[in-house]
Write a protein that binds this ligand. Structure first.
Ligand SMILES: *Cc1c(COP(=O)(O)O)cnc(C)c1O
Length: 345
């Protein structure tokens, strides 16, 4: 398979394995729009139990999970306390403004991480001039923060803060399993420090489609109506849920390999002239590189990489991102680093 492209653009590049496809082919199905798909229900029970919550909802994408959570917790004209590089602000078009009529109140953050004091600075208890704050938003791990883990201790304090003020705390845990594996802190503990959380099945866990949104019964009941409004009331989704169950059983622990590979990629690329690592550490599976000092643009470098069978994603004129995942081996990482060395030379 040496003609295969080494795709380091994102952990969304992962394709279902033969075993996962087998599980999908054998899935019992029903109409999930009416809550009658047995395989979806099995996935939801498994996911809510994992995080110690009452209920869950299976949705097509992380974006939909985020937008549903925002829609349930806010009224138009309210705001979300979040860091300015969070996924809903940077990468979901203006969905939260269009769908829910909200705006953001940004906190000062370091790689996406902030404390309750910073949240307090951004917090507006009532609508006077500023909109009322309705949600404390946490992204874990943090994508733009180079896969940074949001420390549980900080989340505990933020959750205490949000409960004091009777507002909600949501964790966008698209990559929460990367945080779980890297920190050794289990899902129950993260689940106990938020009102709701979502995770992506279609990233490092290797499924073709799907995210799971988890919370208490009332929240999930409301979430179900919003999912329907957004066109997410799908039917025999058990075929996709079967992939999710398989991923939770077999693809979680192996994320540590992705973390080792990302670490290795960071080490192998750290000495390349003109290449600067945007973040000092590689806690999970994401590495951002700034190549400004090579005199080449990110697109030029990526084209040179492509001609060597490797692809990264570009961010603006001088940034590149590499993400390791189930379809990337240690050997691929070595080839990727070698290709980058040549591409910037
Ligand atoms: C990928 C991602 C999402 C949602 O992505 P979809 O492509 O809509 O599934 C949400 N939050 C974060 C942090 C992500 O990285």
């Amino acid at each position: 398979m040496n003609h295969r492209l080494i795709d380091l653009r994102s952990d969304t590049a992962t394709c279902p394995t033969p075993k996962m496809r087998e599980a999908m082919a054998e899935a019992e199905v029903g109409d999930d729009s009416s809550g009658e798909d047995p395989t979806v229900n099995e996935l939801l029970e498994k996911a809510s139990a994992l995080f110690g919550k009452e209920a869950a909802l299976f949705v097509p994408s992380g974006t939909q999970a985020n937008q549903i959570a925002i829609n349930v917790y806010t009224q138009p004209g309210e705001e979300i306390i979040a860091d300015a590089s969070c996924h809903p602000y940077r990468s979901e078009l203006a969905a939260a403004s269009v769908i829910s009529g909200i705006q953001y109140s940004f906190v000062t953050a370091d790689r996406g991480v902030y404390s309750w004091k910073e949240a307090e600075d951004a917090f507006h208890p009532t609508a006077e001039r500023a909109p009322r704050s309705a949600i404390v938003w946490i992204e874990n791990t943090h994508n733009a923060g180079g896969g940074q883990i949001f420390p549980l201790e900080k989340i505990k304090e933020l959750y205490a803060f949000s409960r004091n003020h009777r507002i909600s705390l949501h964790i966008d845990g698209a990559r929460i399993f990367n945080a779980i594996v890297a920190s050794g802190i289990g899902p129950i503990e993260w689940g106990a420090q938020c009102d709701s959380i979502n995770f992506c099945l279609s990233k490092g866990l290797g499924c073709p489609v799907g995210s799971v949104l988890i919370g208490n019964k009332d929240f999930i009941q409301e979430a179900r109506t919003r999912r329907k409004m957004l066109g997410g009331g799908w039917r025999q989704a058990g075929i996709l849920a079967a992939a999710g169950i398989h991923a939770l059983d077999y693809n979680v622990d192996r994320l540590s390999e992705d973390h080792q590979n990302a670490q290795r990629f960071a080490e192998l690329t750290s000495g390349i002239p003109g290449v600067r690592h945007v973040h000092k550490t590689t806690p999970t599976n994401i590495v951002f590189l700034d190549i400004a000092d090579t005199g080449k643009s990110s697109h030029e470098v990526n084209d040179l990489l492509k001609s060597r069978g490797v692809i990264l994603s570009t961010f603006g004129k001088t940034m590149l991102r590499a993400v390791t995942h189930i379809d990337i081996s240690r050997e691929d990482v070595d080839k990727g680093a070698e290709a980058l060395t040549e591409a910037v030379a």
